[in-house]
Ligand binder design. Structure first.
Ligand code: FMN
Length: 430
C-alpha cells in the first residue's frame, strides 16, 4: 500500500508542543508573525499579503480571506470586530477541535493579525459549549498572552490594542452560520439575517466584522512568517495551501490529518486512514459533513481541491471524511441526515421548516417499506426547491447528500419501494 505523508502547516505544532505552554509556542516561532506585522508592515501590507497568498476560508464556502479582510479594513467605523467561528456543529466533524486542543495560540495570533490588518480591537471566539478541553486551552492561551503583553492594551508597545473573549454556544447547529452566530453573541435567538449586507461591512452589533473559521485563522501566522509565495507553492491552482480533515466512520484509522490541496481522496482514505475497517468494501464517503456530498468508490480518485471537487458537485465543506462500508444502507443514512436537519432547522423560513420535516417523513416511510415510486420525484423536487428558496445555508444545503444518494444509489432506494426489501438488511421493511 502506498504511504502518503502529511504536510503540516496548520498542525505544525500539534503533538509537538505543550498546548498549555505559551513559552513552548514562542520557542517554535510563535508570535513572531505578530511581531513582524506590528514592527515591519502596515495594515494595508498585511491585507495585501493575505490576498496574494490566495488563502480561501476553511469553514465551507471557500471565500477569499484577503478580500473579506479588505472589505472590513476599508469600512469606515468607530468599532470593528474579529470573530473566530469555532462552532463546529456539523455532524462527524472535529478538525477544528484538533487545532484548538493542539495549538490554541496559533488561532489567537491569527485573530490578532486580522485585528491589526482591519482596524478591529475586539475579538470573539464563538465555540460550541461541548468542547470543554478546547475552551479550557483557549482561555489559558488568552490569559497567558495577556500576561505576556501580547493581548490587551498597547501590544508590544506598538499602540495597537486587541482583546479576545470566548462565547459558548448552546448546541444549535444553525449558530455556526455567520449571521445567526452574531445574533447569538448579541443575546438573541440564533436565526440568520438577510444578506446583503454582509458581515464585513454590517456584522456584530451592525459593525464591520471579519468572521473566519478556526483553520483559516491558524493559517495566517505561517503565511506572514514565510510569505505569500511560499504558501502559494503548496497545493494547486484555485486551492492554495493545505487542508485539515478528520477521518471517521468505517475506517481503520480515525483522527485528524493535514494534506496539500490536490491530494486524491483515495490516498487520504486508503493510505492515511488505512482503508475500510475489517476488510469490508467501500460503499461511499460522506465528504464535508452531512450538508456536503456523497462520493462513490468510482469517484474516490478525485483530487481534493475546490475545482476538482466542484466537477463532481462536491467540496471540502466542513473538513470531515466519513467512510461508509458495504453494510450501510443508503436509505437509513439519508433518514438519519433528514432527522438531523428537521431537528436543527431554526424555523424562520417555510422552505426549510416545512421542507426538512417533509423530507424526513417521506424517507422514514420509505425505510419502513411504505414508500411509493412517486416519493422519489417528490423528494427530488422538494430538495431542489429548498436549495433555491431557503433563507440560509442550512435549508439550501440540507438536501445535498440526500439528492446525491437518490442519483447515485437509486437501485437501493427502489428496492425499498418496489420490493419492500433493504438490500443490506438494516431497515425494518415489513
Ligand atoms: C448552517 C451552517 C452552519 C455553519 N457552521 C459553521 C461552523 O461550525 N464553523 C465554520 O467555520 N463555519 C460554519 N459555517 C460557515 C459560516 O457561515 C462562514 O461561512 C464561515 O465562518 C466563514 O469563515 P471562512 O471564510 O474562514 O470559511 C456554517 C454555515 C451554515 C450555513
Amino acid at each position: 500500500m502506498k504511504t502518503i505523508e502529511q504536510f503540516r502547516v496548520v498542525l505544525r505544532n500539534v503533538g509537538l508542543i505543550d498546548p498549555e505552554s505559551i513559552d513552548e509556542y514562542i520557542a517554535h516561532d510563535g508570535y513572531s508573525a505578530l511581531e513582524k506585522v506590528i514592527s515591519e508592515m502596515s495594515p494595508e501590507d498585511v491585507v495585501e499579503e493575505v490576498k496574494r497568498s490566495e488563502l480561501r476560508g476553511r469553514g465551507g464556502a471557500g471565500f477569499p480571506t484577503g478580500r473579506k479582510w479588505e472589505f472590513t479594513a476599508k469600512a469606515d467605523s468607530d468599532q470593528k470586530y474579529i470573530i473566530c467561528n469555532a462552532d463546529e456543529g456539523e455532524p462527524g466533524t472535529f478538525k477544528d477541535r484538533g487545532i484548538m486542543e493542539g495549538d490554541p495560540h496559533s488561532i489567537l495570533e491569527g485573530m490578532l493579525i486580522a485585528g491589526y490588518a482591519t482596524g478591529a480591537n475586539k475579538g470573539y471566539i464563538y465555540i460550541r459549549g461541548e468542547y470543554a478541553l478546547s475552551i479550557k486551552r483557549l482561555q489559558k492561551a488568552i490569559d497567558d498572552a495577556k500576561e505576556y503583553g501580547l493581548l490587551g492594551e498597547n501590544i508590544l508597545g506598538s499602540g495597537f490594542s486587541f482583546d479576545v473573549e470566548i462565547r459558548k454556544g448552546a448546541g444549535s447547529y444553525n449558530c455556526g452560520e455567520e449571521t445567526a452566530l452574531m445574533e447569538s453573541i448579541e443575546g438573541k435567538r440564533g436565526e440568520p439575517r438577510k444578506k446583503p449586507p454582509y458581515p464585513p461591512t454590517y456584522g456584530l452589533w451592525g459593525k464591520p466584522t471579519v468572521i473566519n473559521n478556526v483553520e483559516t485563522l491558524a493559517n495566517i501566522p505561517p503565511i506572514i512568517v514565510n510569505g505569500a509565495d511560499w504558501f502559494k507553492d503548496i497545493g494547486v491552482e484555485g486551492s492554495r495551501g493545505t487542508k485539515v480533515f478528520n477521518l471517521m466512520g468505517d475506517i481503520n484509522w480515525k483522527g485528524v490529518v493535514e494534506i496539500p490541496f490536490g491530494t486524491p481522496l483515495s490516498d487520504i482514505v486508503m493510505s492515511m486512514g488505512k482503508g475500510v475497517k475489517d476488510g469490508k468494501k467501500l460503499k461511499a464517503v460522506v465528504l464535508g459533513g452531512v450538508s456536503g456530498s456523497l462520493i462513490t468508490p468510482e469517484e474516490l480518485n478525485t483530487p481534493v481541491d475546490f475545482n476538482s471537487l466542484a466537477r463532481i458537485e462536491a467540496g471540502p465543506g466542513s473538513g470531515s471524511i466519513v467512510v461508509l462500508d458495504e453494510t450501510r444502507c443508503i436509505v437509513d443514512v439519508a433518514r438519519d441526515i433528514a432527522y438531523f436537519f428537521r431537528h436543527e432547522s431554526c424555523g424562520k423560513c417555510t422552505p426549510c421548516r416545512v421542507g426538512t420535516d417533509e423530507m424526513y417523513r417521506i424517507i422514514d416511510r420509505i425505510s419502513k417499506g411504505e414508500g411509493k415510486e412517486r416519493d422519489i420525484d417528490t423528494l427530488e423536487n422538494l430538495g431542489k426547491s429548498m436549495m433555491l428558496t431557503a433563507f440560509c445555508g442550512l435549508g439550501q444545503t440540507a438536501p445535498n447528500v440526500i439528492l446525491q444518494s437518490l442519483k447515485k444509489f437509486r437501485d437501493e432506494w427502489l428496492s425499498h419501494i418496489r420490493e419492500k426489501r433493504c438490500p443490506v438488511d438494516v431497515c425494518k421493511v415489513s
